[in-house]
Design a protein around this ligand. Sequence first.
Ligand code: GLU
Length: 298
Amino acid sequence: MMATDTEASAYRGRFAPSPTGLLHLGSLLAALASYLEARSRDGAWLVRMEDLDPPREAPGAAEQIITDLKRFGMQSDEPVIYQSQRQVAYADALSTLREKGLAFDCGCMKRDLPQGKPYPGTCAKGLPEGRQARSVRLRVPDASICIDDRIQGRYCQNPSEGSGAFIIRRADGLTAYQLAVVVDDGAQGITDIVRGADLLSSTPRQCLIQQNLGLPRPSYAHIPVVVDEQGHKLSKQSMAQPVDAADPIPALMACWQVLNQSPQDLNTDRSVDHLLQQMTQYWSLQAIPDRTDCQIAE
Ligand code: GLU
């Protein structure tokens, strides 16, 4: 379903977790920030389950994340979309990119490529003799792509110096995150993306895909990601402690503090819904620190 022009003028935000584990403080932070920004702008807030990569998923995590979000007072305004059911849309996008000559088959294995350097273009003009198609890559221009992030400010990247032509369909046949996220944000008419700053460096590549597919560019706001004392991002894979959805208020207040919101002495004596209403009323995206990581005091 594509958004019409009228729908596109109204705020549509989303939270797009990958069900690789349960909700932890880092993912709750992204859920809450995207939710409060949508609510404070009278917009819609959608949950999209990014269950695109079965080998990395934890059984039952997708349903548990949705249940836990509800206990934190957040519920998708529309039925949750599952990326595992969106293969046709991704295949269509891939065909469009191929037809436009913007994507090409690549027969390289990781070991064929220089480590930490842009893709050298080995298969960009056709598969070399004896190579079989494995993945599909998107061509990149030698030009800077810039975004004006609402929190981090101007961010520019020349993908030909970073990744080079990058993978949009993996050798295992799965759609790469970069393509799926753009196709789905476009199909869901997402106007505003609020998410963790670990994805800032992916954004120029996503903007390139949008441009190639003729999709509008949403506005971006990248919030600091929560890191542990060693500076590592809290992630489901790194076994970050799940948040206690049975006692939601302390975790919500910890997020409120990390997001540098005021006042800090909200009334926490009533329901979660009452707390979220107060948070919506006082919410200020401008108050969020323009740094890419932060720690949460235990
Ligand atoms: N699914 C991604 C993650 O959990 C987030 C994607 C996005 O917000 O664009 O890291």
